[in-house]
Write a protein that binds this ligand. Structure first.
Ligand SMILES: Cc1cc2nc3c(=O)[nH]c(=O)nc-3n(C[C@H](O)[C@H](O)[C@H](O)COP(=O)(O)OP(=O)(O)OC[C@H]3O[C@@H](n4cnc5c(N)ncnc54)[C@H](O)[C@@H]3O)c2cc1C
Length: 378
């Protein structure tokens, strides 16, 4: 019998379990596969690395150079003067976070959660492998985009979902120029409604693309991307998963909350989820501690998350709706990225997830440029 069962041992669940255990709450983390390799680009902002004290060896690359490419092949290079994008490999990253939770005192159980029953004011969590059920007073659902916790306990659906695919290639001559560069392709042939990415790691390059779930042939898009890049090698790993890019209508109830992908906390337009998974894991654990120690409502967690991040989600949703619609619009978007103020605002907001206010003269200039490029179509 535990105070809290955290279901799912990705970044959101591992952070929640660590924070709870550290506060002396009896916690169990249930993960179906401790060797799991989550399909993911593994790009994380500097703010995350600092806040969660990610050890240097886990951050395989610190990249401050980035380029964006338009449908017509126009490439804009951008440099981050005040920070970098960190590149991690999820198999190492997640495992480190789970070990940290264990070091703080969380129990770890490797099993698949099959069923959750509510009996006499507590939860009985039924597991695979013939293991006995786990009993807990509270649950944190951190079990990803297809969350069983959410469906078993009656949360509204995860709505806007992108299906994304990524292939890992060993370094070859064609990909050498990308060793220290993140490149994003805004090209309808690579993705008609999302984007394609090239992320370098120490021992491989990850190339991937995404598209709205069930709208296009994802494999064909990825094939075209690889052809366009001129890669002839065979990937050594291929991974596909959903990205839920819209918060569920509600993700907190009286005795259970959802965090990370289970709650739909991935930003539109860029599909960034690791930061929000870890932040929601932390905020969720904070609310759980308040509930257990002072009977404070768990809904405070959802309220706080929305207060902190709704503006960012809304801004990126607008950006995606306006600019990801056609190649003409994508061409305009890449043209706008050439503006130094746009680059500065984008990177500052990305690195620490704070909307950085710009002087009104800069805002006016950017607004006018948007109108100009959208009208001109380049
Ligand atoms: C192809 C792709 C590329 C991406 N690239 C990036 C990127 O570069 N940067 C970024 O920030 N985000 C990226 N994302 C998004 C990011 O991967 C997720 O937002 C993030 O992993 C969410 O973390 P989480 O802990 O909430 O969920 P997950 O990482 O999905 O973890 C859920 C865990 O729950 C476990 N689980 C599931 N069901 C059960 C069950 N019934 N019982 C027990 N355990 C269970 C799973 O095994 C898994 O370990 C990408 C996503 C995809 C698909």
């Amino acid at each position: 019998m535990y105070d809290v069962a955290v279901i799912g041992g990705g970044p959101s669940g591992a952070v929640a379990a660590a924070d709870l255990a550290k506060a002396g709450i009896s916690t169990v983390l249930i993960e179906r596969n401790l060797e799991n390799v989550k399909p993911c680009g593994g790009a994380i902002p500097l703010g995350l690395i600092e806040e969660f004290n990610i050890p240097a060896p886990l951050v395989e690359k610190k990249l401050s150079m980035m380029s964006v490419r338009s449908p017509g092949g126009r490439t804009i290079s951008m440099e981050m003067p005040n920070g970098y994008v960190g590149m991690v490999r999820r198999e190492r990253f997640d495992s480190y976070l789970r070990d940290r939770a264990k070091r703080y005192g969380s129990a770890i159980v490797e099993a698949f959660v099959r069923e959750i029953r509510e009996e006499n004011g507590r939860y009985s969590i039924h597991l695979s492998k013939g293991l006995p059920p786990v009993e807990a007073s509270f649950i944190i659902g951190a079990d990803g985009a297809n969350s069983k916790t959410a469906s078993a306990l009656g949360f509204p659906p995860n709505e806007l979902q992108v299906l994304a695919m990524q292939q890992r290639f060993g370094y070859c001559d064609t990909m050498k120029p990308y060793e220290e560069l993140v490149e994003i392709w805004f090209d309808g042939e690579v993705s008609p409604d999302f984007y394609g990415w090239i992320f370098p790691k120490t021992d491989h390059i990850a190339v991937g693309t995404g598209t709205e779930f069930r709208r296009h042939d994802l494999k064909a898009l990825q094939r075209r991307f690889i052809e366009k890049l001129g890669i002839t090698e065979t990937p050594y790993l291929e991974e596909t998963a959903k990205i839920p890019m819209k918060p569920r209508k509600s993700f907190a109830a009286d005795r259970v909350i959802l965090v990370g992908d289970a709650a739909g906390l991935v930003t539109p337009a860029n599909g960034e989820g690791i930061f929000f998974a870890m932040r929601s894991g932390r905020l969720g654990a904070e609310a759980m501690i308040g509930k257990i120690q002072n009977d404070k409502p768990l809904h405070a967690y959802e309220k706080k998350f929305r207060k902190l991040y709704s503006q960012i989600f809304f801004g990126l949703q607008v950006l995606q709706s306006v600019y990801y619609k056609s190649d003409r619009r994508r061409e305009s978007f890449v043209a706008i990225c050439e503006d130094r103020d746009v680059q500065r605002i984008t990177f500052d907001s990305y690195l620490y997830k704070k909307m950085v206010p710009a002087p009104w003269t800069v805002q006016m200039k950017i607004f006018m440029k948007n109108i100009y490029h959208l009208t001109k179509g380049s």
